[in-house]
Design a binder for this molecule. Sequence first.
Ligand code: NAI
Length: 468
Amino acid sequence: MSDLYLKLVSTPVGKSAAQTLGLPAPVPLRRLKRTDEPFIEGDVLIGAANGAKAIATLGRILGASAASLHHATGPQTLSDSASAGNKARALTLPPENDRRFSALVFDATGIRTPDELRAVYDFFHPTIRNLAGNGRVLVIGLDQASCRKAPHAAAQQALEGFVRAVGKEIGKKGATANLIRMVNGADEQLESSVRFFLSPRSAYVDGQVVRIAKSASAPATNPVAPLSGKVALVTGASRGIGAAIAQTLARDGAKVIGLDIPAALDDLQTVTDSLGGKALACDITDENAPAQIADFAEEHFGGLDIVVHNAGITRDKTLGNMPEHFWDMTIAVNLSAEEHIDETLLERGLLKENGRIVCISSISGIAGNFGQTNYSTAKAGVIGYVESMARQLKNGVTINAIAPGFIETQMTAAMPMTIREAGRRMNSLSQGGQPVDVAEAIAWYCSPASGGITGNVVRVCGQSLIGR
Ligand code: NAI
């Protein structure tokens, strides 16, 4: 469904009317146009608090990009910025001119005490106004597991508040702020996430925190077809977010099995035929569904590399009015079915080494939603499932969740107009996301280079005001 208000305020007259009336004036988000476009261009400023652990890696990743790289000099708290390598030219803070930065990237991994948080201020205070429209703020911090002492843990946790508050200040430019918290020594795993968060692929991912652990494998991938040779199963692939996931994984080189209920087979086939994939008509709540899926994957491809549990339903009613079949069906489709499918695939050894499982939760599962006790319960359960499975999975298999906010699909088009309009605007970017925004985040999780990312729940919500 199209957002007429966003179209209107994107015209000069509409923009000025919105400003005069004090209404939100969302900036159209820049999304990927071509898979071979550079992940970042323009001027990028990089800085590091003293004791930084990832600055050399960041300098290497950004030094190899199409961006023009600068490192911050001036304040004593930022002397390690110079370790960004010889591709980064020194830039004295406050900025020497009115240069517009497409990204401000800060390595905060060296911060060990609340006093040292001053380095964050020293870097961002003189530069944040110079962030371009659709720009990126990216902070690298340390995961809690790497902070033994309380002041260290406090200082590193503080970065979450900083990034979320910055996100709210820069959202009106269509710009985003995110935090990567890496385990000590996991800097070799940073590349896929740095590329994702700085690129237009993460246009609607804002105010998020992702944890990166060490992983045995971080293979170099072909940036244009990182999933070539992989086989992906996408449930609920006939339309909406599922169709976008299937298209995006196929774009990245994967062979796709699209699955949907038998009644949606025609639409499903249209999607999979256009991708050279295979269609599987199956109700995931059927008792035989796990075996049917396993047999299909084994017969056609000898197994799976990627499983995306996207199929979902809502059956809204306030709790006192909710018939039991609304409850049962919502839990079955959104939660139990994925557990049963994974169990069978794992038991039969059909999920290959370094496999990827991605589940779809929802903001509703984080914050709870009026009239959605069944759906919120199921989607919160998805988070518990992912966190527990992440501790159990072996052979390099990862599992993560995406929690979409308001995404423009048939599901949200069916909402009453006032609720729909509120859902669209109540986020830092003042607009709904597109199915491709969810799909791009899934493609990032699924990359062979994302082996260090497991047990995460990342929201694709434009930094919704609802929930954490
Ligand atoms: P949609 O309703 O457009 O698509 C869902 C697909 O799942 C449909 O093709 C449907 O036929 C399929 N499906 C439903 N029950 C099935 C079953 N028993 N077996 C096999 N397939 C089944 O929904 P949309 O918006 O594309 O959502 C996709 C996922 O994202 C869902 O899990 C949803 O809960 C989640 N989500 C969506 C949000 C949004 O704003 N659209 C927000 C938060 C989460």
